[in-house]
Design a protein around this ligand. Structure first.
Ligand SMILES: [Fe+2]
Length: 162
């Protein structure tokens, strides 16, 4: 019964956030580690209730999230380009849409709409879980660590920003 609740996906604030498991492995330890970092960040945000300096933590989490998005998406996209992955265009489009959604939330938050971040942990964890299962898994037979730029995310984020 409790599985039904956990899998319903439409709960505004589910008790348990989606997390990483072997079932989500895309065949590259570097990309898997990035995905774990996203889930960890979402979990941290999910468990903030009652923390001190919550505004500061949220603001810095939003900039870390932006960096993860920039860096990780570039890492995936560089690998796809390297192997001439045929479904790259639609994959990149999904990345851009998610990036725009998160940036809009960060912008609204910075403008004073503090409540916009309430759904953020679920958005990040659910979007990522679905994206991995639906989109990333499709490159599993194309991409492995040999074609992945394994520098730390921060370097890729800087490269993405040009
Ligand atoms: Fe992706």
């Amino acid at each position: 019964m409790s599985d039904d609740v956990a899998q319903s996906g439409d709960a505004k604030s589910s008790a348990v956030l989606a997390g990483w498991s072997e079932a989500l492995s895309v065949g590259s330890t570097v990309l898997d580690e990035d995905h774990r970092a996203f889930f960890d960040l979402a979990t941290m945000l999910h468990n903030l209730d009652g923390a001190q300096d919550i505004d500061l933590i949220i603001q810095s989490s939003l900039s870390v999230l932006d960096e993860y998005i920039l860096g990780h998406f570039l890492r995936e996209e560089k690998a796809m380009r390297k192997v001439n992955y045929p479904r790259m265009a639609e994959h990149v489009l999904r990345h851009r849409r998610f990036q725009a959604r998160v940036r809009a939330i960060a912008h609204e938050y910075s403008q004073g709409s503090k409540a916009v971040v309430e759904g953020l942990p679920d958005l990040v964890a659910e979007w990522l879980r679905e994206h991995i299962l639906r989109d990333d898994m499709q490159y599993k037979n194309w991409i492995n660590d040999r074609v992945v730029d394994d520098r730390p995310l921060v370097f890729l984020a800087m490269e993405a920003e040009g």
